[in-house]
Design a protein around this ligand. Structure first.
Ligand code: DHB
Length: 549
């Protein structure tokens, strides 16, 4: 059931009031891409402790050489075949880690490649590298393991209760565990699995916050760099890295794909002792990405304004209750909704025929055709797969002879339902996960838009987050900028029943990538809520296709 899934999964609704807009302009538009050797150049010598959340590294510099001999052998079954693989675990991927619990990677390699054998047509030189991150709720994520515990972990434990306390809850959706998990499937399909952990919004070291933005993306980039540095030692093709993540992890996967080699990350990478190589990747798979945070609230209110009842927070084992937005929240919603047209029009997005997608001041306009098309495609695909979809069941669809001919978006949004109160991300009272993500070494929670700061209701009003840091977290800022080596291939999914962010957010991102001539496979997954790795067979078919092209 969608509501239950969404509610359980988002313990989150600690969300509150207001929101703002923000300048989205890239602080990095003047910078160039990084090349090997750049990190050791004098301009980045200054690895201040600031970049490490106020800590300095006191230990011995950790070797970034992959030790081929340090592994255990495990087996998984695929049908009646047994697949042996080597497990290299707890590899610290930076030489000056801030937190070894998270800055580690588990690498799994099919045994076949050490015997010069083929698997699924791949060789030790051609096998792609599957890189599932374990970030959820902008929380820290430990590296995913395969085969160690009885119920092996999933690719993307979507999770984390983005709420203020940050206690993680396990995914109700997400990648299926055990035999069907994405990392296991990857091994069976002949992929190298490289699963990095990453710091997050609650990470603390010696009383300092050490995982605030941009730590999560810096860690993922450092993991990619480790793989590239060791490309001759680790079987597989490190030029074919395919990243996978869900929700906040989807946002970070998108950012990893968008911002390859951008120089703005260099001081942060340098400060943790990341390998002096490149960090661009081949492909990015992003499920329900909670991204573009500084524009996510106007989008949310453009979609859900006027829908004031919402599903309350469900703690595990309890049923969600329904509440109504307060008058203050309604006011925030009205104000935020008005900010969206300027943002959309500023993007100058084109539809697939090259026409500019526009939004009128009241939220109508040709941009809506893109959303309509997305929803109609979702329903049509489901019908074509034999799902029983009728107008009676889905009164917001018009269906003629098994063809979806129209969608009433207002009714569709109502059916999806509001999940968060306005502002859904900015948190005028600083109570949102996103406020905590945008904190600093010494300030736990920050506003990151002028709107939320102007409407602050928190006791301690803090300075707004640094503009350059906000930009470092937004994949939108790097697509179409010549200062980034953006991935060529994109697989983006959002749940048709998901209300964790507006449908506009992933749709805009996918369209922007298309406009930049990227290979984009974007789909709204019918009857799915907030989860990841929806359809492993389809996903691997796509991965195999792009990898073999
Ligand atoms: C996640 C979900 C949210 O609704 C959000 O605002 C941030 C993160 C998540 O599940 O990762």
């Amino acid at each position: 059931m969608k509501k239950t899934t969404i509610a359980l999964f988002t313990m989150f609704l600690a969300v509150l009031v207001l929101a703002g807009c923000s300048s989205n302009k890239n602080s990095s538009s003047n910078s160039k891409t990084l090349k090997a050797g750049d990190l050791s150049s004098t301009s980045y010598k200054k690895s201040t402790s600031y970049y490490r959340g106020g800590t300095t590294y006191k230990g011995k510099s950790i070797s970034l050489n992959f030790d081929k001999a340090k592994y255990t052998t495990r087996t998984i079954t695929s049908g009646n075949k047994k697949i042996k693989y080597r497990a290299y675990e707890n590899i610290v991927y930076v030489s000056k880690p801030v937190d070894k619990k998270y800055e580690t990677m588990n690498i799994y390699i099919p045994e076949a490649y050490f015997k010069n054998k083929k698997l699924n047509g791949y060789t030790k030189n051609s096998a792609p590298v599957f890189l599932p991150n374990s970030i959820g709720g902008y929380m820290p994520g430990e590296a995913t393991t395969v085969g160690k515990t009885s119920s092996s972990s999933s690719a993307a434990p979507v999770a984390g209760a983005p709420g203020a306390g940050g206690a993680g809850v396990s995914a109700t959706g997400g990648a299926p565990s055990g035999q069907n998990s994405a990392p296991e499937k990857a091994l069976k399909e002949g992929y190298i699995v490289a699963a990095p952990g990453a710091r997050g919004r609650t990470t603390k070291t010696n009383g300092k916050y050490t995982g605030k933005a941009p730590a999560a993306i810096v860690d993922l980039k450092a993991a990619v760099r480790y793989l590239k540095l060791n490309s001759k030692k680790i079987p597989g093709n490190q030029n074919k890295i395919i990243s996978d993540g869900t929700s906040a992890g989807g946002a970070m996967s998108a950012l990893l794909g968008a911002s390859g080699n951008n120089k703005d990350y260099a001081p942060y990478l340098k400060a943790i002792g990341a390998a002096d190589t490149s960090d661009d990747i081949f492909a990015s798979m992003d499920f329900c990405p909670i991204m573009n945070l500084e524009n996510a609230d106007p989008a949310y209110e453009w979609e859900f304004n006027g829908i004031n009842s919402y599903q309350g927070m469900a703690m595990p084992g309890t049923t969600a209750t329904t509440s109504t937005q307060t008058s203050a929240q309604k006011k925030y919603s009205n104000a935020l909704k008005k900010q969206f047209p300027d943002y959309v029009n500023g993007l100058k997005l084109k539809d697939d025929n090259g026409n500019t997608l526009k939004m009128n001041a009241d939220g109508t306009g040709s941009f809506n055709n893109l959303i309509k098309k997305t929803v109609m495609n979702s329903a049509q695909t489901a019908i074509d797969k034999g799902k029983n979809i009728t107008e009676k069941k889905y009164p917001w669809l018009t269906i003629k002879n098994k063809k979806v001919t129209d969608v009433n978006l207002a009714k569709y949004y109502k059916a999806v339902g509001r999940m968060k109160t306005a502002p859904a991300f900015y948190g005028v009272d600083l109570s949102n996960a996103e406020n905590q993500e945008m904190g600093t070494a010494t300030v736990n929670k920050k506003h990151f838009t002028k709107y939320s700061q102007d409407n602050n209701t928190a006791k301690n009003k803090t300075a707004i987050a640094d503009k350059s840091i906000i930009a470092l977290m937004n994949p939108m800022d790097y697509v179409g900028e010549n200062n980034a080596d953006t991935a060529s291939h994109w697989y983006i999914r959002y749940g048709e029943e998901d209300a964790n962010t507006s449908i506009a957010i992933p749709t805009i991102f996918a369209q922007k990538l298309k406009n930049e001539n990227k290979d984009v496979n974007y789909h709204l997954e019918w009857a799915k809520g907030h989860a990841g790795d929806y359809n492993l067979n389809e996903m691997f078919k796509w991965m195999n296709k792009i990898s073999r092209a």
